[in-house]
Design a protein around this ligand. Structure first.
Ligand code: BJW
Length: 245
């Protein structure tokens, strides 16, 4: 993979950088993506039943247990060189906003300090009625109950639900005020996250995509780096560090 010199020059001059990550950045850590034709979660499970409030209302036990199994499966997973490179990249710019659609905490575990989580976090649990995060609950029932009597649910954003307002506002602000925007490992199909690189483009930023496949975004960007995040990002960091030395 060759990183264009023009891109390194633009990054060297950039003061404000915004990044959007999706499931692809965690794929090399062994976490399945959603829309891969064979191994993606939505190829094997029905999102209407598992990732909507209506699905949870129909079958709370099934939804709770599916998320409990996914929570368990990420416990032993480790950040990969893509997450590590982003944590180091954060230190190269005056303003660096890392926005993720992922719920797996791998950016935080790699050392990224400020992570804007658009779709929640699977390690947290909230009350399905009051929407508040609950940390102290009895595990017995499936799903367990909030002290108010309602079911607890994972603190993630399902289809048809609003994103956390503060996280979305921070993400939009970062997209609209950055010099360079990196879209990494996302199919750019889920809104409003998919709008962020387009907002950055409209505001005049240089937009870069890192993905082994073409996506809905590819034709719009100035630089499409076709490769794995865990390979492209360390290379990008090396070239940028060398250019700044
Ligand atoms: C690699 C790689 C490697 C592989 N390196 N790359 C406007 C138009 C149309 C529809 C809508 C719209 N606005 C809202 C909607 C409805 C809906 C939506 O967008 N639907 C679309 C599917 C059409 N959006 C919503 O409902 C959102 N809420 C909302 O907008 O509220 C207001 C509203 C409501 C209703 C109507 C109108 C307005 C909420 C979205 C919540 C998404 N939730 C999920 C589940 C989270 C919990 C869980 O984990 O179970 O979030 S769905 C799933 O998709 C998950 C992801 O965060 C999200 C995005 O997926 P992502 O990350 O892009 O993964 P993939 O698998 O799609 O792509 C992976 C990519 O990586 C691929 O391109 C690979 O090639 C690549 N890759 N290996 C780099 N090594």
């Amino acid at each position: 993979m060759d990183i264009p010199r023009e891109l390194i020059e633009r990054l060297s001059q950039a003061r404000r950088v915004a990044v959007l990550t999706g499931a692809g950045i965690s794929a090399e850590s062994g976490i399945p993506t959603f829309r891969d034709a064979l191994t993606g979660l939505w190829a094997n499970y029905d999102p209407q039943e598992l990732a909507t409030p209506e699905g949870f209302a129909r079958n709370p036990k099934m939804v709770w247990e599916w998320y409990a199994a996914r929570r368990t499966s990420i416990v032993g997973v480790r950040p990969n060189p893509g997450h590590d490179a982003l944590a180091r990249l954060e230190r190269c710019f005056d303003t660096f906003t890392l926005v993720t659609q992922n719920i797996d905490s791998l950016h935080q575990r790699a050392g990224s300090r400020e992570v804007v989580e658009l779709h929640g976090n699977i390690t947290r649990v909230k009350c399905s009625l009051e929407q508040r995060v609950v940390s102290d609950f009895a595990e017995g029932e499936s799903p367990p109950r909030c002290p108010c009597g309602a079911y607890l649910r994972p603190d993630v954003v399902w289809f048809g639900e609003m994103l956390p307002a503060d996280a979305l506002a921070r993400a939009e602000d970062a997209a609209e005020h950055c010099d360079v925007f990196l879209s990494i490992g996302t199919s750019a199909q889920v809104y409003p996250a998919a709008e962020l690189p387009l907002r950055a483009l409209s505001a005049g930023a240089t937009v870069v995509e890192i993905n082994p496949e073409r996506t809905a975004l590819t034709r719009h960007v100035q630089f499409a780096l076709q490769g794995l995040a865990g390979e492209v990002l360390p290379l990008l960091l090396d070239k940028l560090t060398a250019a700044s030395a």
